[in-house]
Design a binder for this molecule. Structure first.
Ligand SMILES: NC(=O)c1ccc[n+]([C@@H]2O[C@H](COP(=O)([O-])OP(=O)(O)OC[C@H]3O[C@@H](n4cnc5c(N)ncnc54)[C@H](OP(=O)(O)O)[C@@H]3O)[C@@H](O)[C@H]2O)c1
Length: 352
């Protein structure tokens, strides 16, 4: 399949709709899809797009993809949606992209690498804010220090989160965090390690969190030890570490359902003004024991970056520029991919 027909699944969610609107503005002509007929039809009518309604539980899912070259999956939590869509893409000769940041989803999709290579198809999860900037930062740092033994990535986002991001985080509550140690994935506790990170305006407290880079940055760079940090308000690290005592309760299905309902009722996601005015900063450090290199990225707001990065990758894959098999953003397009996103700046620091 070599046409430029592509399908956006989860099109009427917060993130899907942002991407759909931008795609139409660029003349990229997506087919809008999802499981709720009323919501799909309303958006498709508003944007004058072709639409398709199907559930991921439909038998014969691949039949909905027979005439498309690429699927961008924006229906998360992706732990619930990636398996049927990846299988349907492989069965229908269709490239697969998504905007997941979930470690287990990256690892699961990677298991299809051989099959995708043989079929000359690209499987590229994580084309949003998770993990395009961080993956490109990791690849850039390893170009600066090729023999790096450890990598730390720090995140300082601003502007709040969408309902889906919070619901995906809720679905992971009560589970072990994961870190990359000596090339393997090991369980760890959220906030197990804390440190101060200078995101550009002086040191702030940060703590370890389970983000996708422990999977993707390893596959991009081969660095065997990887930790991800999130900047937190002063004093919060102590309280967040106590969360583990609540883990058995937070892992209960009814508790997660209640929290997700509260999110649906109370959270709308950042509005257009917030998305336009807020930024995010990423900090990365590689070390080989003797030498250290630090670089930072300043990006637009998380959801603006997601929209712009996802469409940049859609255009490149449709143009035939992506290698086959399971890819990360930087394994497919190199560390400079992030610099093609409007509003991104990269700064390098030199250490010994
Ligand atoms: N990588 C990144 O940086 C990044 C950025 C933004 C968002 N995300 C992730 O993207 C996902 C969506 O976020 P959002 O804010 O757009 O959430 P949202 O507004 O809640 O939208 C979620 C969308 O997914 C659909 N969906 C969920 N589960 C489904 C299932 N099992 N089968 C079919 N459709 C399903 C929903 O349809 P229904 O309404 O019918 O349930 C809805 O269209 C989240 O997992 C979020 O973490 C990642």
């Amino acid at each position: 399949m070599t046409s430029d027909r592509w399908l956006l699944y989860g099109a009427y969610g917060y993130t899907g709709e942002l991407i759909a609107r931008e795609a139409v503005d660029r003349g990229l002509d997506p087919i809008l899809a999802g499981r709720n007929r009323e919501k799909v039809d309303r958006l498709a009518a508003d944007l004058d797009c072709e639409s398709r309604v199907f559930s991921l539980a439909d038998p014969g899912l691949e039949g909905h993809l027979d005439d498309v070259n690429l699927v961008l999956n924006c229906a998360g939590p992706f732990v619930d949606t990636h398996e049927p869509l990846v299988a349907a893409c492989l069965d229908s000769d269709t490239h697969y992209l998504d905007v997941t940041g979930e470690i287990e989803v990256f690892e699961s999709i990677r298991e299809n690498d051989d099959r995708a290579r043989r079929a000359d198809l690209t499987l590229l999860p994580g084309v949003g804010f998770d993990v395009v900037p961080s993956d490109c930062l990791a690849a850039h740092l390893v170009e600066r220090l090729p023999e790096a033994e450890s990598l730390a990535i720090g995140y300082q986002p601003a502007g709040g989160f969408s309902p889906g991001t919070l619901k995906t985080a809720i679905a992971g509550l009560g589970e072990d965090a994961l870190v990359r140690r000596d090339g393997g994935l090991e369980p760890a506790t959220v906030g197990q390690t804390t440190r101060e990170i200078d995101f550009g305006d002086g040191p702030v407290p940060a703590m370890t969190v389970p983000l996708g880079d422990v999977s993707t940055a390893y596959h991009t760079t081969g660095v065997p030890n990887i930790e991800c940090y999130l900047a937190v308000p002063p004093g919060a690290t102590r309280w967040l570490r106590y969360q583990r005592y609540l883990d058995p309760i937070l892992a209960l299905g009814p508790v997660q359902t209640l929290l997700a309902k509260l999110v649906d009722r109370l959270i709308e996601g950042p509005d257009a003004e917030t998305r336009a005015e807020t930024t995010a900063t990423l900090w990365g450090e590689v070390s080989n024991g003797d030498a250290t290199r630090v670089s930072r990225l300043r990006t637009p707001n998380v959801y603006r970056t997601t929209k712009l990065a996802a469409l940049e990758v859609v255009e490149r894959v449709l143009a035939g520029d992506a290698p086959a098999g399971h890819q990360t953003p930087a394994s497919a397009f190199g560390p400079e991919l992030i610099l093609s996103i409007e509003g991104v700046e990269r700064i390098d620091e030199w250490h010994r």
